[in-house]
Design a protein around this ligand. Sequence first.
Ligand code: 5AD
Ligand code: SF4
Length: 446
Amino acid sequence: MRKVFVETYGCQMNEYDTELVKAILAEARYGFTKDELEADVVMLNTCAIREHAHRKIYGRIHDIKYRRSQKHNIAVKDDPVKFGILGCMATNLRTELLENRNLDIDFIAGPDSYKRLPQLISESFGEGAKGFDLTLSEFETYSDIYPRREDGINAWIAVMRGCNNFCTFCVVPYTRGRERSRSLENVVDEARRLADDGFKQITLLGQNVNSYKHEEHDFADLMAAVAQVKGIERVRFTSPHPKDFPDKFLDVMAEYPNICKQIHLPLQSGNDRILELMNRTYTQDEFLKLVDKIRHKIPNISFSTDVIVGFCSETDDEHRDTYEVMKQVEFDSAFIFKYSERKQTIASRKMKDDIPDAIKTERIVELNELQKDISLKKNQEHIGRIEAVIIESLEASKTKDAYFGKADSNKTVIIRKQGETGLEVGDIVHVHIEDASPNVLRGAIK
Ligand code: 5AD
Ligand code: SF4
């Protein structure tokens, strides 16, 4: 039996796709190994969203090839191992990957071609041309495959794939193609099976998850249906676009106690001219009104966001607008990125990446400092409360004297041990929050 090693980069969708790939290969009678030096097939499931991703991958391939040759005492070119590139970089850099002789990749498969992997791999062991399949599909949702999941608490379900928004900075529409959704019944069946398999939490996943639409069902219908599955104690979703938050959906979120009161709401910029250049389809005012509406309907909601600094032609004053919006909204946490030009995107074709790196750095530092203070303040608001926490590990990373868990808000909670017995991973406990830092809450079981 041939042994496969897979390493995953990038977003949750890629993690999920690796689980799909493992299911497809297991069905084709491949085995798996966690040791890249012992594998017969090495696959990297890659990301293309931001800078340096490809350089990291090239470096990693050379590193694995070199260490294998040392370990097995053979020349790199005589190693019978096959190397494959999967994921977004495969579609984004197809020509470069195929023509780079230095890398010597044996097969390449884009995000819609994973069912062809057994064939591509077996062809790569034969003589002749390299196998690649980068076609993007309007239909492939992998709804007939039950992924090989490893995490025991949370299970991801990709309910839609692809993106039709064409934000001008973003490569996803090109690497992952058009939006398509699975049927509601099919997703609910999978949720039931996951509950039977002991999963406590389900996270519905999609590049634009709240654009989910299948026949007469929208995302609100889907969330309500999944929340009703017996045994599922928490339902989450990621990543949504601010354009698709109808009242109907917010009402469903408010109504079901097992839908976590947490929304990742990507702002990207707080300035109207930049938002328009990014093709985000909302203004600063519309974003702020949406936040107010959500807080009104779901008072205990917690927000995270994504922000890009230094987008093409962004002035200091325009950057200041982003700062002010973040200050006003007070997100619980924020992921802040420097703009990096991606091949194929509208921005790379029609705009100039003209903000010097030093300025991008200044802007990112400034927003990170602001966010750190806000995150601390938001976390301190939890002190004194009793929160339901799902235990994810019986030992926190820095100490054995604490459990590690997640609150409904998805905040990390470090739970001081008090001699409890019989607690298991996946249990939900009630924790009295005693202390907070910008990144974690601390407390003890009530
Ligand atoms: N440059 C920088 N950040 C980007 N993102 C997406 N594309 C780019 C890019 N070209 C960020 C966005 C998105 C998150 C997943 O990655 O903030 O929400
Ligand atoms: Fe995920 Fe986007 Fe990276 Fe692809 S490019 S792996 S969709 S973050």
